[in-house]
Design a protein around this ligand. Structure first.
Ligand SMILES: [Zn+2]
Length: 303
């Protein structure tokens, strides 16, 4: 059957809500939202990953210790906490935020009553407050009560958890979280797997130091370390290898090189961002525009 334009509009009330409204029709009642798709995958050494909506949640679940890294959004945080409670009746020893972004901290308030301590880099609470004020979500926030400057480490049962700040990268408050015995490192958003990353310059990001950070992290951990990425291209895993980490470093080097050449040849930022991908990284998901724009701003910043 061929649909007339009017039929098309009537059947597209969700996508074209304002249009149907203008035609004087009542938009169809929206269907109840499907529950979010979530999964929990054990990796090794009592560490697993919870995927739902937003940044990957890391979980350490042992008879003598519980640690949660990042909290996504309230709806998936409730599911993650439910999963955790089925696995262990313990109180969470440490709730950790890798950085302040909403897709890693909006579920904090769900986990906080079940956690003894809430840890993040010292720059995170202020960044999170600024973000909450901008989004008028102050009342829904829970902030870290334990912060650190360059390193933080605690024993949790037989495991040792360490946080390290390498300087500005994705933001200016990113922690790299190492589970020493399990030999697993949660990278937060310092690692995007085959996706163009967000570079949050207003929050103090630095691509140049992000490159150095990826290099240092790779050097400071064994060759067989499992790295957990904050985000991955759809249908790809978030647990990655040292080679993946170094490929992401090469992506940034290629990005800076591409943008630097554009600047040197006198091209405007608007022209430089108009490219399908960062050259050599066509398999990366999403638009590179925001990342290229951030690189341009970083390379042309004064001082
Ligand atoms: Zn982020």
């Amino acid at each position: 059957m061929k649909l007339s334009r009017r039929d098309f509009l009537a059947t597209s009330s969700v996508a074209l809500g304002t249009v149907t409204h203008a035609l004087g029709q009542t938009p169809a009642a929206p269907a109840a939202p499907a529950p979010p798709q979530t999964s929990f995958d054990p990796l090794r050494g009592n560490v697993g990953i919870f995927s739902g909506r937003g940044g990957t949640i890391g979980m350490f679940v042992a008879p003598d210790g519980l640690v949660v890294v990042d909290t996504q959004f309230p709806d998936t945080a409730k599911i993650a906490l439910g999963n955790l409670k089925q696995m262990s009746p313990r109180q969470i020893d440490f709730l950790i935020n890798t950085h302040h972004h909403g897709d890693h901290t909006s579920g904090n308030a769900v986990f906080r009553p079940s956690a003894a301590k809430h840890v993040a880099h010292k720059n995170v609470p202020a960044l999170q407050k600024t973000q909450a004020a901008a989004g008028k979500s102050e009342a829904q926030q829970a902030y870290a009560d334990t912060t650190y400057d360059t390193t933080w480490s605690e024993k949790v049962g037989a495991e040792t958890i360490s946080l390290k700040y390498y300087g500005p990268g994705h933001t200016s408050g990113d922690s790299v979280v190492t589970f020493q015995n399990a030999n697993i490192v949660h990278m937060g958003d310092l690692m995007f797997y085959q996706r163009h990353p967000r570079v949050d310059r207003p929050a103090g990001a630095s691509i140049r130091n992000w490159i150095v950070t990826l290099e240092s992290v790779a050097k400071e951990h064994p060759a067989d370390t499992i790295y957990v990425a904050g985000h991955a291209k759809v249908n790809l895993p978030v647990n990655v290898t040292r080679a993946d980490l170094l490929k992401f470093r090469d992506y940034f080097s290629g990005l800076l090189d591409y943008v630097q050449k554009g600047i040197a040849s006198g091209r405007a930022a608007t022209e430089i961002v108009k490219v399908a991908t960062v050259p050599g990284f066509a398999d990366y998901e999403g638009s590179p525009e925001g990342t290229i724009q951030a690189a341009y701003e970083e390379l042309t910043a004064k001082g």
